[in-house]
Design a protein. Structure first.
Lengths: 325, 301, 325
C-alpha cells in the first residue's frame, strides 16, 4: 500500500514538472505582455524599465528557473494585472469554485442516482425511457447555452433568481460560503444547476447501467430466494454494489467539475478561479495562467490519489488484496 | 458474383445489409440521421440557402439591427429568426456558422483519428516499450478533462482557426488510440492474424488489411461521439472568447454575441444559434447511440 | 403414505422472445414427499433449472408460467401474488444455486446476509438471529463459525461458500429445498461431503429435496426418485433403482451409457449422437427422435405418457421395456 502510494506520488511529481515546463515555455510564446501593459506612445526607456520590473528582460530559461525555484517556496509569480502574488489571487478565488463544484456534484447525486436506479429497475417503463431521453439530452446540451437559457427564463423573464455574482456569504464552522445565507443560495442555484446538468446525466447512465447489470446477477436471485422484500434487495444488495463504480466516478468528476466551472463561472460572473483564468488568458496575465494550471494539475493528482484510496476502502475485495500485497 | 447476387436477392444477408437493417430498427436513430443530413445540407449549401451573405458588410444595414424574428428587412426579405446588432440575418449567420462548426469538428476528427489510430495500432502490434510509453501518455492525458487540456493548449498556442483544430486534435486523439489498441489487442490474439503471420505477410499488410478493418466498428462509434464532443467544445471555447477568431464566426461566437442582448430580452440572437448547435449535437449522438448498440458484439441477439 | 410436500401439475413456463416462443418447460408433472429426495436430471437447456425457478416464483420476464399448477401446502404457487410468495420464499421453500462464487453478495458480510434472511420472516432480535446463523454454519461443517460470520464471501473457498449458501437455506427450517446443481462447481471430495450431509438433513428434518443436476451418479447416490428431462418435458419418471437399472426411454439409456464406469474399462464409451435441438425449432412429436436409433415415422406424432408399473412413466413410442398398462 505504502509502496503503491509512493510510486503514485513520484509519477505525479513528474507529471507536475512536465506540465510546468510545457505551460511556462508555451505561455512565453503567446505574445508580449509589454505590448498590452504599456501605452504605444511610451519610449524605449520606459519599456525597458517596465520589462525589468516584470522580470521579462532575462532569458527564458532564467525566468523558468527563477519561477521553479520560487514555486517550491509557494511563490508562483505576481499577477501583472492585480499586482499581487498569483497564488494568493488564485487561493482567494478557490473557495467560490469549490463551493460551486461541490454543490453541483451533490445535486448530480441527489437527482441522478434515484432517477438512474429507477430507469435501470424498470428499463421498459415509460418513465425510464423519458429519463434516458433526458440524459441523452443532458449530454448533448452545451453547458454554456443551458446557462444562458437559465438566465433568460429565471432571471430575465421570471425575475426569480439573480444572474450574476455570489451573493451574501456567511461564515460557519470556519468556512465562508454562500451556502449559509438565503441570498447566497439564490445566487448559487442557477450556476450549480447549470454545472450539475452533465453530472446528472452521467450519474443517471452509470446508475441505470449498474442497476440493470446487477439485477441480472445470481446474488440478486439468491437474495430474492431468501424471501427478502424487493426494497431490501434493491437498496441494500444492489445499491452497495453499484455504489462502488459511482463513487469512483464521482470522485474523479470533482476534478472535471472544477475544470468545467470555467464555463459556468464566466456566464454567471461567479467570482471563482475559472473566471479568473479566462480573464487572465484574454489579458495575457502570464503568472496567473501558469499558477492556475500548476495548481489545477496538482489538485487533479491529489483527487485521483484520494479516489484510489477511497475505492479500496469501499470495496472489500480490493481492500484485502492490498493488505495482503 | 456473390456480391451481385446478394444485392439483388433480398433474402441473402450481407454484413452491410444486416447492419443497415439493424440500424433502421430504431426510428429515433433514423430521425437523428435525417436531421443530421439536413444540418449537413444546410452547412454545405449555406451560400445558396441564405437570404444574405452575413459577412459581406455591404449587404448589412445597421438600421436592420436587432429586429425580432419574422420582421421584414429593409432589403425586402424576412428575418425569420431575427437579426443581430449589425443587422445580420440570424438564419444566414447560422447556416454559415454551421459550416464553420462542422468543418472544424470534422477536420479535428480526421486529424485525431489519423494520429490516434497510428498510435493505437503501433502500441497493439509491437507491444513492449512502444506500447507502455504510448499508453502511459494516453492514460495521463485522459485523466485530465477535455476542457482543461484545451485551455492549457490555447493558453500556450494562442488563438486562431488552426490552433483550435490542433487543440481539438490533442484533446481527442487519446480516445482513438485507446479504442484502437483495445480492439487490436483482442484481434491480434485471434487465429487469423496468426495465420497471416504464418503466411509471412508483411507487417503493413497484416496491420492494414487484417487488423484495421476489424477495429473499425468500435472506432466508428468513437468517431460519432468525438465529433459531437469536438463541436460542443469548440463552441464552448469560442463562447468564452478563447476559441475561433471573430473572422470565423462559429455558432459559439454567435451565441456569445447575443449574450449581452439576452439580458434586455432580445433572446433570438443567442437562442437560435444555440438551438442549431443543440440539434446538430443531439442528432449526431442519437446516431452514435444506435451505432453503439448495433455494433456492440455483446448486445447482438 | 403422507401427503406430498410439493405437487407440480402440467407446468408450462414459456419465454416470449423476439425470435419466438421458447417452451423451456412444457407440461411437467411430478411430486415430492416429505423427507424424500427427487432428482431432476437433464442436459443444460433441458428446462430443469427453469422448473426450479418456477417453483420459487422467480421466473423473470420474458419468461412466464403460462399454465399448470404448483401445489405447495395446499396452495397454488403459480397463482400466488408476489407478496405472499415472498413470505414463502426462504422460509418454507429455500433454494441453493449452482455457482457459489456468484450467489453471495460480494460486498456484504456473511452475518449480514444470514441475519437478514431470518429477520425477513421472523421478528427476532439481531442477537438471536446471529446465534441461529452461527449454529447453521456449524451445522454445515464450517469451522470456528463465530469468526467466519464477520468475513466477506471472497474470503471463503468455493466449497465453503456453498456451505454458507446451504446454511442460509437451512436457517428457517424450510419444508422444501430446491437445489440447482449445487455441487457441480465443487471438487469431488467436497461434493461427496455435501451430498452426504444434505441426505442426512432431509431424513432427519423431513425436508423434501428437489435436486437438479446433469450428473446421473449424483442422482444414483442421493435421490429416491428421478425425473429425466429432455427439451422441456419429462421423458421418464420413477424410482431411482427402476429408472437406472431398467431405463424405458432411449434417452435415459443413453445418459446411463455415457457415464464412464470402471466395469467397462477398455470398451468404447457410448454416446448420444448429435446435440439437443434448438428450443426455438423443436421437431414435431418426440423431441429426441432426431438423435434416437429406435426412431421411425410413428415418433413424429406426440408420444403419450405410458405407465411401467409402480409410479413409473415414460414418454416413448418404442420403449426399451414393456409397458405395464
Amino acid at each position: 500500500m505504502t509502496v503503491f502510494v509512493i510510486r503514485r506520488l513520484m509519477q505525479s511529481g513528474l507529471v507536475l514538472f512536465v506540465m510546468s515546463l510545457i505551460v511556462f515555455f508555451g505561455v512565453y510564446a503567446i505574445g508580449d505582455p509589454i505590448e498590452i501593459f504599456i501605452s504605444p506612445e511610451a519610449d524605449q526607456i520606459e519599456r525597458e524599465r517596465a520589462k525589468a520590473a516584470l522580470g521579462l528582460d532575462r532569458p527564458v530559461w532564467a525566468q523558468y528557473f527563477a519561477f521553479l525555484g520560487a514555486a517550491f517556496q509557494g511563490d508562483l509569480g505576481r499577477s501583472f494585472v492585480f499586482n499581487m502574488p498569483a497564488i494568493t489571487l488564485i487561493l482567494q478565488r478557490m473557495p467560490a469554485t469549490l463551493e460551486l463544484a461541490v454543490s453541483a456534484l451533490l445535486l448530480g447525486i441527489v437527482v441522478g442516482l434515484p432517477l438512474g436506479m429507477y430507469a435501470g429497475y424498470r428499463p421498459n417503463s415509460a418513465g425510464a425511457k423519458a429519463i434516458l431521453a433526458g440524459s441523452i439530452l443532458g449530454f448533448s446540451l452545451p453547458t454554456f447555452w443551458v446557462g444562458l437559457m437559465l438566465i433568460m427564463v429565471f432571471a430575465v423573464n421570471l425575475g426569480w433568481l439573480p444572474s450574476t455574482g455570489r451573493g451574501q456569504t456567511a461564515t460557519y464552522l470556519g468556512i465562508t460560503s454562500s451556502l449559509f445565507t438565503v441570498d447566497g443560495l439564490r445566487h448559487l442555484a442557477m450556476p450549480a444547476l447549470n454545472l450539475a446538468l452533465f453530472k446528472i446525466s452521467l450519474i443517471i447512465r452509470l446508475a441505470r447501467a449498474g442497476m440493470r447489470e446487477n439485477m441480472l446477477m445470481d446474488y440478486v436471485r439468491f437474495a430474492r430466494a431468501k424471501g427478502l422484500p424487493m426494497r431490501r434487495v434493491v437498496f441494500v444488495h444492489v445499491f452497495k454494489n453499484i455504489l462502488i463504480p459511482i463513487v469512483t466516478v464521482i470522485g474523479l468528476e470533482l476534478g472535471s467539475t472544477i475544470a468545467f466551472a470555467v464555463v459556468t463561472e464566466s456566464i454567471f460572473a461567479w467570482p471563482g478561479m475559472g473566471k479568473l483564468i479566462i480573464d487572465s488568458i484574454q489579458r495575457l496575465d502570464r503568472p496567473v495562467i501558469v499558477a492556475y494550471l500548476c495548481i489545477i494539475v496538482f489538485m487533479f493528482i491529489v483527487i485521483n490519489l484520494v479516489v484510489d484510496i477511497l475505492y479500496s476502502v469501499l470495496d472489500p475485495r480490493v481492500r484485502l488484496s492490498e493488505a495482503k500485497g | 458474383m456473390s456480391m451481385a447476387q446478394a444485392t439483388r436477392d433480398p433474402g441473402v444477408q450481407t454484413p452491410l445489409r444486416r447492419f443497415v437493417a439493424d440500424f433502421a430498427e430504431s426510428r429515433v436513430a433514423m430521425a437523428g440521421l435525417a436531421v443530421f443530413a439536413l444540418v449537413l445540407g444546410a452547412a454545405l449549401l449555406a451560400p445558396l440557402l441564405s437570404p444574405q451573405n452575413p459577412y459581406d458588410l455591404n449587404q448589412l444595414d445597421i438600421m436592420d439591427g436587432r429586429q425580432p424574428p419574422m420582421t421584414k428587412s429593409l432589403e425586402g426579405f424576412v428575418f425569420w429568426l431575427g437579426s443581430d446588432d449589425q443587422g445580420r440575418d440570424m438564419l444566414s449567420a447560422i447556416f454559415y456558422g454551421l459550416r464553420t462548426s462542422l468543418g472544424v469538428g470534422a477536420m479535428s476528427a480526421v486529424g485525431a483519428l489519423a494520429i490516434g489510430m497510428a498510435a493505437g495500432l503501433l502500441a497493439a502490434y509491437f507491444g513492449g516499450r512502444v506500447e507502455s510509453v504510448v499508453m502511459r501518455v494516453v492514460d495521463i492525458q485522459l485523466s485530465f478533462p477535455s476542457i482543461l487540456v484545451a485551455l492549457i493548449l490555447l493558453a500556450v498556442l494562442g488563438q486562431g482557426t488552426w490552433k483550435i483544430i490542433l487543440a481539438l486534435i490533442c484533446v481527442q486523439w487519446a480516445y482513438y488510440a485507446r479504442t484502437v489498441r483495445g480492439t487490436a489487442l483482442v484481434e491480434r490474439r485471434k487465429e487469423y492474424i496468426e495465420a497471416a503471420r504464418c503466411l509471412a505477410l508483411g507487417h503493413r499488410r497484416i496491420v492494414f488489411r487484417h487488423l484495421l478493418p476489424n477495429c473499425l466498428p468500435p472506432l466508428i462509434v468513437v468517431v460519432t461521439v468525438q465529433v459531437a464532443h469536438a463541436i460542443a467544445l469548440e463552441a464552448t471555447l469560442s463562447f468564452l472568447g478563447i476559441g475561433l477568431p471573430i473572422t470565423e464566426p462559429s455558432l459559439g461566437l454567435l451565441i456569445a454575441n447575443g449574450f449581452e442582448y439576452l439580458l434586455s430580452g432580445k433572446y433570438w440572437i443567442s437562442f437560435f444559434p444555440g438551438v442549431a448547435l443543440l440539434v446538430t449535437i443531439v442528432s449526431i449522438n442519437l446516431v452514435g447511440d444506435q451505432l453503439r448498440d448495433v455494433l456492440n458484439p455483446r448486445l447482438q441477439k | 403414505m403422507t401427503a406430498p410436500t410439493l405437487v407440480v401439475e402440467d407446468l408450462r413456463t414459456w419465454f416470449h422472445t423476439r425470435a419466438g416462443v421458447v417452451k423451456a418447460v412444457d407440461g411437467v408433472s411430478f411430486s415430492v414427499a416429505p423427507g424424500r429426495v427427487m432428482g431432476l436430471v437433464g442436459e443444460s437447456g433441458s428446462g430443469k433449472s427453469v422448473t426450479g425457478f418456477s417453483i420459487m416464483g422467480l421466473v423473470d420476464p420474458p419468461g412466464r408460467v403460462v399454465s399448470g399448477r404448483i401445489l405447495f401446502g395446499g396452495r397454488d404457487i403459480a397463482a400466488m401474488p408476489e407478496d405472499e410468495l415472498r413470505h414463502l420464499r426462504g422460509r418454507r421453500i429455500a433454494m441453493i444455486f449452482q455457482d457459489p462464487m456468484m450467489t453471495l453478495n460480494p460486498v456484504l458480510r456473511i452475518d449480514t446476509q444470514m441475519i437478514e434472511a431470518i429477520r425477513a420472516h421472523e421478528d427476532v432480535s439481531r442477537d438471536e438471529a446471529r446465534r441461529r446463523a452461527r449454529d447453521a454454519l456449524g451445522q454445515v461443517g464450517i469451522p470456528s463459525p463465530d469468526e467466519r460470520l464477520a468475513a466477506y464471501p471472497h474470503q471463503f473457498s468455493g466449497g465453503m461458500r456453498q456451505r454458507v449458501a446451504i446454511a442460509i437455506a437451512l436457517l428457517n427450517r424450510a419444508e422444501l429445498i430446491v437445489a440447482d446443481e449445487p455441487t457441480t462447481a465443487l471438487d469431488v471430495t467436497i461434493q461427496g461431503q455435501i451430498l452426504f450431509e444434505m441426505q442426512r438433513l432431509a431424513r432427519q428434518t423431513g425436508t423434501a429435496l428437489l435436486w437438479i443436476t446433469h450428473d446421473l451418479s449424483v442422482v444414483a447416490s442421493l435421490a429416491d426418485e428421478v425425473c429425466v428431462m429432455y427439451a422441456g418435458r419429462i421423458v421418464e419418471r420413477g424410482t431411482v433403482d427402476d429408472v437406472l437399472d431398467r431405463p424405458a426411454h432411449p434417452y435415459t439409456a443413453g445418459l446411463i451409457g455415457s457415464v464412464p464406469s470402471r466395469n467397462l474399462r477398455g470398451q468404447p464409451l457410448q454416446q448420444i449422437p448429435g446435440v439437443m435441438p434448438s428450443m426455438l425449432s423443436l421437431p414435431a412429436g418426440c423431441a429426441f427422435r432426431t438423435r434416437c436409433a429406435r426412431a421411425d415415422e410413428a415418433c413424429a406424432s406426440e408420444p403419450a405418457e405410458r405407465g411401467f408399473g409402480a409410479g413409473r412413466v415414460a414418454r416413448c413410442v418404442h420403449p426399451l421395456v414393456e409397458p405395464v398398462p
